[in-house]
Ligand binder design. Structure first.
Ligand SMILES: *Cc1c(COP(=O)(O)O)cnc(C)c1O
Length: 221
């Protein structure tokens, strides 16, 4: 199968209400452009600020760039003009810096809060209590340049389907609690970004609204 055929075969297995983020990290511009032109797909994901910025400047299409990697605070300024959504907000400090830099360029940035759901040392993210305490303190409400759109999480890299399913369920529970306790009135707070090439079917069964698919579309990196 070629790129476009792989895209459509993945697409065919995913309900239309679930948004696909085509993770184009480490892939050349020509492939991204080809996929966009041949399929009309517009949501792409990158995990390095410089790559996202270069690709966004080169491709003059209505492409939406999602940042999905660990974001260093000193790179926020370079990212903001190009990004459509930051899916990987993983600390209060980062949240506050994104807000401050967004204010300077008069943008409201759609963001997802990344939660730590895996049993691995390497994954970034919040735990629920951290975010709940910040909201209770009243500080989150003051971040006028952030649009809170939901949550993101990554399951453990493992073959154990039960474990992965439990981790997705834990993210869904976190989303439900936040929605019920703090974001009931906020219609933007509706996304649960979970599921990658190897586990997106499981993630969708557990309530994912956004899947981030790289190798399943673009082939091996
Ligand atoms: C690379 C990456 C993906 C996509 O991974 P695949 O297994 O290639 O689908 C999804 N989410 C994040 C955060 C990533 O870094």
């Amino acid at each position: 199968m070629n790129l476009t055929e792989r895209y459509f075969s993945v697409r065919a297995t995913i309900p239309s209400a679930v948004r696909i983020i085509a993770v184009s990290k480490y892939k050349p511009l020509q492939e991204i452009e080809k996929l966009h032109v041949e399929t009309g797909h517009i949501d792409f994901g990158e995990n390095k600020v410089q790559d996202l910025a270069l690709k966004a400047m080169a491709l003059k299409y209505p492409i939406k760039w999602h940042f999905i990697g660990h974001l260093q605070t000193n790179k926020v300024k370079a990212l903001l003009p190009h990004v459509s959504m930051i899916q990987s907000i993983d600390s209060i400090k980062l949240l506050e810096i994104v807000n401050k830099e967004a204010q300077k360029i008069n943008r409201i940035i759609p963001c997802l809060l990344q939660f730590y759901i895996a049993k691995e040392e390497t994954k970034f993210g919040f735990i629920y209590e951290e975010v709940a305490a910040y909201i209770s303190s009243g500080k989150l409400m003051q971040l006028k340049n952030i649009e809170f759109c939901g949550v993101m999480g990554m399951a453990t890299f493992s073959d154990n389907k039960n474990q992965i399913r439990e981790e997705f369920q834990s993210l869904k529970r976190i989303y439900n609690s936040l929605k019920r306790n703090y974001f009931e009135e906020n219609d933007s707070f509706k996304e649960i970004s979970m599921g990658m090439s190897d586990d997106f079917n499981l993630a969708i069964e557990e309530g994912s609204t956004m899947v981030r698919i790289g190798s399943g579309i673009f082939g091996m990196r």
